[in-house]
Ligand binder design. Structure first.
Ligand SMILES: Cc1ncc(COP(=O)(O)O)c(C=O)c1O
Length: 421
């Protein structure tokens, strides 16, 4: 396993895969004391712990080289097909289409759902910009609803009150790879005949009551951006869960043409039949992604070990109410996409960002709520008070979490948190 960016020697990283308990038990080793004295008594310089560090498995070059040998570098070639099949089989969806990003998948979803001017789509304000911009691009109106205190996901108890005669869809976003309360959301959608589009950008390998995220709604959108669990630089997938939408999804992905049917030999030439754009992932990216998919289990196990090490180590601080750790409801498997903590207020969160930065550790807040962003005010509307959204956005801090982080890195972050708090 290799890191993509060759940073200054990280001899303390890249340890063999460890179980969560082994990871936690290693935390107490003396070598892990931050800023510990180097031999001879001088203070050792603190290496930087970045927030994210993209990870390569080592198989990427050979897969890309095979893609070059295939003489098929554009989209929907052999590597795209392999990745799509893996997504369909391992997640359980009718059809997976690889896209140039999750944003592209969200934009395809809006075309498929026929979202048009004035149509309202219910979503959290506590989400990434393209959850909402994909709706606004079609002339639709993102309707921002508050989030739950526990998972920080769309509060399904407030969705009913946001529905109007213009409502067409609900967009749950699974924050940090922890599922939304999909049963409640699906029930409301059925009652009002609304489409459900899951923003599962962060959700690969996570599940809700045994069902993979992205396969529960009508459509699901996944990201393979370099910050996600499985990566290819920029990339994504649209999961089409309604069999009757598969053919139109293929058309939208292929610039509005029926090229997919032509390639299957179902028609003798292809032509422009509908709206669409160039949404495909290139074979070079698909080859990179295929290499990652081969190591999906190891990547997940390693991320879990780091997540669990944070979680065990920070339990004592939660007990003193200095911070709150993530909540994972019992009916969901998360994917260790992110480890965040909630501080008492914005001042203590910002103090901690600075305290960590002083020890060369990069931690980040999340999100600036969309309802208070200039474009959110212009294109969207709020339904009800968004008090939990505003409060959580001020209190939240994401800690570094990447595959090659070592146990001593985790220990250094936790020691720095203890010292600052
Ligand atoms: C919740 C959410 N939605 C959408 C996206 C967009 O993903 P991409 O960068 O692949 O377009 C992201 C990426 O960070 C995300 O976290």
């Amino acid at each position: 396993m290799r890191s993509i960016v060759s940073t200054a020697s990280r001899s303390e990283t890249g340890s063999a895969l460890t179980s969560p308990s082994a990871a936690a038990s290693e935390l107490a080793t003396p070598a892990a004391v931050p800023g510990g004295r180097a031999e001879g008594g001088s203070r050792a310089p603190l290496t930087k712990i970045p927030f994210n560090h993209p990870f390569a498995t080592g198989d990427e070059f050979s897969c890309i080289s095979a893609a070059i040998d295939n003489l098929h570098l554009s989209g929907n070639g052999p590597f795209s097909e392999l990745c799509a099949q893996w997504l369909e089989e391992s997640l359980g969806c009718k059809r997976a289409l690889l896209t140039s990003s999750c944003t592209s998948a969200l934009e395809m979803a809006m075309l498929l759902a026929d979202i048009g001017p004035g149509d309202e789509v219910i979503m959290p304000s506590f989400t990434f910009v393209t959850t909402a911009s994909s709706v606004a691009l079609r002339g639709g109106v993102p309707v921002f609803v508050d989030i739950r205190e526990d998972t920080l996901n769309l509060d399904e108890r407030q969705v009913d009150a946001a529905i109007t005669s213009r409502t067409r869809a609900i967009m749950p976003m699974h924050y940090a790879g922890v599922a939304c309360a999909m049963e409640g959301i699906s029930r409301i959608a059925r009652r009002h005949e609304l489409i459900v589009i899951e923003d599962a950008a962060q959700g690969i390998s996570a599940s809700y009551r045994g069902r993979s995220l992205g396969t529960i709604g009508d459509l699901g959108c996944i990201s393979f951006h370099e910050t996600k669990n499985l990566i290819c630089g920029e990339g994504g997938a649209l999961l089409v869960n309604r069999p009757d939408w598969v053919e139109r999804a293929e058309v939208i992905q292929e610039k509005g043409t029926d090229r997919a049917r032509f390639l299957r030999g179902q028609i003798d030439r292809y032509t422009w039949v509908d709206l669409g754009s160039s949404f495909l992932m290139s074979e070079i990216s698909a080859a990179f992604l295929w290499a990652q998919i081969q190591h999906a289990e190891e990547i997940l196990a390693r991320r879990m070990a780091i997540w669990s090490a944070y979680h065990e180590r920070l339990a004592a601080l939660e007990a003193t109410e200095a911070l709150r750790r993530p909540t994972i409801p019992v009916d969901r498997y998360h994917n260790a996409h992110m480890y965040y903590i909630l501080l008492e207020d914005r001042a203590s969160r910002d103090r901690l960002i600075e305290g960590l930065a002083n020890q060369n550790i990069h931690a980040l807040f999340h999100y600036i709520p969309l309802h208070s962003a200039p474009a959110g005010e212009r294109f969207g509307r709020t339904a009800g008070e968004l008090t939990v959204t505003d409060r959580m956005s001020e209190r939240l801090l994401r800690l570094p979490l990447w595959v090659q982080m070592s146990e001593s890195d985790v220990n250094r972050v936790c020691c720095a948190i203890e010292q600052t708090l």
